[in-house]
Structure formats: structure tokens, C-alpha cells
Design a protein around this ligand. Sequence first.
Ligand code: ATP
Ligand code: MG
Length: 478
Amino acid sequence: MSKKIDIIKHELFAIIGNCGDELNMSTFVIGGWVRDSILKHKKNEIEFDIVSDGDGILLAKKVAKRLKLNKISIFKTFGTASLNYKDIKLEFNGARKESYHHSSRNPKVEKGSIKDDQKRRDFTINAMAISLNKKNYGEFFDPFNGLKDLKQKLIRTPLEPTKTYSDDPLRMMRAIRFATTLEFKIESSSFNAIKENKNRLSIIKQERITEELNKIILSNKPSTGFDLLSKTGLLKIFFPELDLLHGTETINGMTHKDNFYHTLKVLDNVSQKSSSLWLRWSALLHDIAKPNTKRFNKKTGWTFHGHEHLGSKMVYHIFKRLKLPLNEHMKYVQKLVLLHLRPIALSKENVTDSGIRRLLFDAKNDIDDLMLLCNADITSKNDYKVKKYKKNLEIVSKKLVDLEKRDNIRNWQPPINGSVIMKQLKLQGGKSNPDDGKKIAVIKEKIKDAILDGKIKNEFKEAEELMYQIAKELGINY
Ligand code: ATP
Ligand code: MG
């Protein structure tokens, strides 16, 4: 039974349908756009997946010509082509039938009907198609009841789940990604099939896994996805460090918290305030070294001393393995993991100007993100503790603003640089003069400390005076 669907108002659809008519091809819009339009989800990037029961590349060429577009990307081996029209991406595919070999997620492909093409789709909600041809414009083709699953918020596969996931194991990641971003449930036979096939993930390129992982992290409530990844056993396969955060232990009646669920709470808290992928990654990794640093002390109970240092070191290895970029984004995550205890530690003492200046100096422009992470890190169930910590952090925040106005430490540049020191004190830098090099480093460090401790102002004159004084102490003849 088919029916008309009335979401198909975009000017492009009639044009594409018309081109299909001229080539005598049945032409449909299918997949993500259909799903999101029915759900009334607005996206930043619009993508139309077009499928026709003929040569998709030929149709793409005709549409490009009609729209006066010069640029067309053709992928001959896959029989696909893509175009960009204004801010819309158009993907063209010829309808196809697929069969898989055990060792690869890339199928053997043959020409097929629209029905065959719908069968090869990952989920029922991604297999719905709408006709664009004139004779049945707007007719809705939904052979697997995707509409019903949309209403019931269910992720279900068109064909038998075990085969679907085993054929292309990336679909396991996609199932969890859609369950998280759409806030749907994975139907139980699908869920069990994922558990059964989890080891098949090994044939998937890490880049593809990470792409889905990042989409989970960028959702409104990423914890849902990580919980599912953990419960299906997938997490252990590609991210064992995170899985190790699970569990509690009790000695002498003292129990530490479950760091997996704590981490997920922190991640959700951060996600409510910021859409930055890298700040969210910092939340995910902030306690990553807790299992490796866990100790029990008879007097003070559980400790995780140094987990921020070790955690910060682990960031590189995790990023490298997960094929995340090893660039300034990674350095930012390393920095936030390393500093994540500092604002709270600072607030436990008498909050001194010098402590605040040092924090600002170390965090620089990432101080606001660090404070956000710190606030998100307060997940205690004890209301009294939560209030106290939040209040302390507020005091730190206020002082940060105050001091920033006076000192401008955030964009700190040393008022005296190495070449000025060399010139004024007649020192030689370079490899041939390691002694002088050491002296220059000592002078720089002492000037920095004096500024951060508030002993001198952050300006040239006072720094110069101090430089001469240190020079005397070091016995430099200038
Ligand atoms: P979004 O673009 O929002 O991530 P989407 O559903 O458009 O979601 P795409 O990755 O753009 O996802 O894929 C487009 C369509 O291609 C999907 O809707 C689905 O029908 C099909 N598809 C994508 N990947 C697979 C896969 N691994 N197995 C089967 N079908 C897939
Ligand atoms: Mg898409």
C-alpha cells in the first residue's frame, strides 16, 4: 500500500524528477532527508540522497546541466555522483543489489530495483523513499514500515539483523549513533545481534568508527551512546581505556565512585553548555588515568594521585590510535586534562592573586573552557558538597575576571625577551655557549615568577630592573 506524502516541496525535487522522466528512470529521494523531514529535524547541512533505477551518474549529469552547475564529482567504481547546489549537497546513486564477502564491508554490487536498493539500507527509518517522477510525484515507498518505527522511536534493520551487522559492521556504530542523536531505542533483536557481532568491528577502518563516535559525542546527550557502546561490548574493542573506568571497589567500608558513569555525567554536563567537540573530548578523557593511579590509603581512603598528569600523557596515544588529529586540538585536550583539578585545588586554599595568575598563565585563552569543565566535574550526590564546591569555583571565577582586567596575563608575552637579555647583558646564545644559554633561561624564569607572584608589574621597566639585579647575583659582567 502506498500513499502520498506532503513534505516534498523543494524546488529541486521537481527538476530532478523531470530529468528522471526524460531519461525514463524512476527517481526517488531516499534516506536521511526523508527521515529528518518527517521528524521535522532541521539540519545545518542539507543532503539529498537520490536513487534511480538506471545510471545515477547519467542522471546527475543531466541535473547538473539543467541547474547550470559546472562542478560534478563522479565516483565511477561506485556508480555515484555528487553535486553542490547553493547550500545543498546532492548525492546520486543507481539502484543496486548488494552481496557481501566475509572479509570486507565493501559489497559486490549489481544493478537492481528500488526495492533491492531499499533492502540494502541499514535501518528501516533510512529506507523510506519518495517518488519524484511526474506520474506519481510524492508517492511514498516504505516497504519495511519505517514510518511506524519512526513513530515508535525504534532502530530496526530491514533484513535479518545478524546478517545486516555482520555484512557491514559499521552499521553497529551507526545504530548506536542514530539511537543517541535521535533519542531512539535499538530494537532488542538488533541489540542482541550487535552484541553477537561485536568482534566484526575489526574489519572497519578506524576513521569510520571515529567519525560515528564524534557524532555521538556531538549529540545532545552523549552518555546514551557510550552506555550503549559499553553494554554491547563495542567500547572495549576500540576504546578499552574508557571501558576500564567501570566499577567501584570497597575497602574498610570506603567505596570510590564509578568513574565510568561519573565521566558520562561530566560529558553530559559539558554538552549542555557547549557544542565544542574538543571540550567534550576533554570531559571524556579528564579522569582516564584513574584506574592506573588508584591507591588505597588506610587513613584517607581512595586516592588517584597524578591522574591528571598521566591522563594528559595518555591523550596522545588515544588520539593516535583513534586517528584523531594530532594537532592543536589534541594539545588543547592535553592541557585541559592536565589542568582539570587546578581551579578546585586553588579554591580549597586561601585564593591568592599569585595562584590565580599562575592558573591564568597556564590556561591562557582556554581558561573559560577549563572553568566550564571544572563546574561540570562536580557530580557529587551530596548537595552540601555540591553547593560548597560551586561557590568556591565562583570565587575563583570572580577573581579571574578581576585580575585579568588588571594584569592581562591571559595573553601574556614576556616583557623582556631573550634577544634583549643577550644584548643588554652581552651574553652569547646558541650551542657554542651553553653556559650563557642557561643564564638566559634562569633570568627569563625569574622574571616570569616575579610577575606571576605580583612582585613586579607586567611591564618592561620593572622587568629590566630585575634583569640587572639577577645579572649581578649571577656574577655576569656586562
Ligand atoms: P546523516 O547524514 O544525518 O548522518 P543519513 O541517514 O543521511 O544521516 P548517510 O551516511 O548520509 O546517513 O547515508 C545516507 C543513506 O545511505 C542512509 O540514510 C542509509 O539509507 C544509507 N546508508 C548509509 N550508510 C549505510 C550503511 N553502512 N549500510 C547501509 N545503508 C547505509
Ligand atoms: Mg546524510
